[in-house]
Design a protein. Structure first.
Length: 361
């Protein structure tokens, strides 16, 4: 297939609250250089996708409050490629909006949907999997998700069960999706061997996904179908501003993938990390002999191991007798918190907001 029919939608509207205090509501983690590479996660994702999809065919889905951040970080794109959500309504409405906009322009299009804040090191393996999925989805009218081979019974991810007896060119028919399981259930999934982590990376033709919405979410489909004539015109944003908030707040998994019969999964050939917590970031950073990981800081440590230290550029951090902690400094806040309790940072953020207002959050 001609890559002029390749499109990508990068999801960049989340807040990333588990990365507080670096990730704040007015400057979320996807716009930060979380890995100390000199590029934000959004820029890294865009770079990876642009090797596959023509730059003019890449759309960025984000909240309207992040319009300027996207424009500053991605000067290669036009304002028409930034799709602005006037209200937060989860992933199904914004994906349908993007699919209909693309279909109005190119009925033969196939589209990749990818989060803006994931870590994928092997760009060539990612490209190979996406191009393979483009071809299969176009030929078979299939809805494809890329699954990650689990390396532990992680309870922070959703799981995809596939039919190992129903496989075509490494694509496996999906049996069911399971939202974040408890530890015992996650362990049983790994023992069964036919479960993958749900990475939230999807490939499908615009025809197949729009038909799926029409069949399984008729009210949502009708809402966005009503504005079809305005897409890719000066009237588009006015329609979205007026009607987007009427959408049901629902994820693409619940809305479509758990209901459709033509869902297939491809086990990804690339390493992946969703960078959802400070601990997951720690796993991907280089470490010193004491297993301390540092981002944008200089470290002087004694009797300290297993820590992740992140500061504003070039700060010197001196620690003694501290192990397995998150140490984060920003212009307004300092977080010193056990890695073992990182899932509680969302609750900490709520307490800070209730006590001190929104200036720190």
């Amino acid at each position: 297939m001609d890559n002029q029919h390749y499109y990508a939608v990068i999801m960049a509207g989340g807040v990333g609250s588990r990365f507080w205090p670096v990730s704040k509501s007015d400057f979320p983690k996807q716009f930060h250089d979380m890995l100390g590479t000199g590029k934000s996660l959004l820029q890294t994702t865009f770079e990876r996708v642009s090797v596959i999809v023509p730059v003019q065919n890449i759309l960025i889905l984000t909240n309207e409050r992040y319009r300027n951040l996207v424009a500053q970080q991605l000067p290669e794109i036009t304002s028409e490629q930034i799709l602005l959500e006037p209200a937060m309504r989860n992933t199904a409405p914004c994906i349908l909006y993007a699919a209909m906009k693309i279909q109005q322009k190119d009925p033969k299009a196939v589209m990749l949907v990818a989060p803006s804040d994931h870590w994928i090191e092997d760009s060539q393996a990612f490209k190979k999997d996406v191009v393979k999925s483009f071809a299969y989805s176009s030929a078979m009218d299939a809805l494809i998700t890329l699954g990650i081979k689990p390396i532990s019974p992680n309870t922070g991810y959703g799981y995809i069960q596939f039919d190992s007896e129903n496989s075509v060119e490494s694509f496996n028919k999906v049996i069911r999706f399971t939202e974040k399981p408890n530890f015992e259930l996650a362990k049983s999934f790994l023992l069964q061997g036919n479960f993958l982590w749900n990475a939230g990376i999807f490939v499908w033709s615009v025809k197949a996904i729009c038909e799926a919405f029409q069949r399984h979410q008729p009210a949502l489909f009708s809402l966005f179908e009503f504005g079809k004539k305005s897409y890719n015109s000066s009237a588009e944003q006015a329609f979205i501003d007026r009607h987007y908030a009427e959408s049901e707040n629902i994820s693409i998994d619940y809305a479509i993938l758990e209901k459709a019969q033509n869902v297939w999964v491809l086990p990804a050939s690339f390493d992946w990390n969703d960078l959802g917590t400070w601990g997951s970031l720690y796993d991907k950073l280089d470490k010193d002999k004491a297993q301390n990981a540092v981002v944008n800081a200089r470290l002087s440590a004694e009797n300290a191991s297993g820590n992740i230290i992140s500061t504003t550029s070039g700060k010197l951090v001196v620690i003694d007798g501290l192990s397995d902690f998150i140490v984060v400094e920003t212009a307004e806040s300092i977080l010193i918190y056990p890695k073992s309790k990182e899932q509680n940072i969302k609750e900490v953020l709520s307490k800070v907001k209730n006590t001190y207002g929104t200036s720190y959050t």
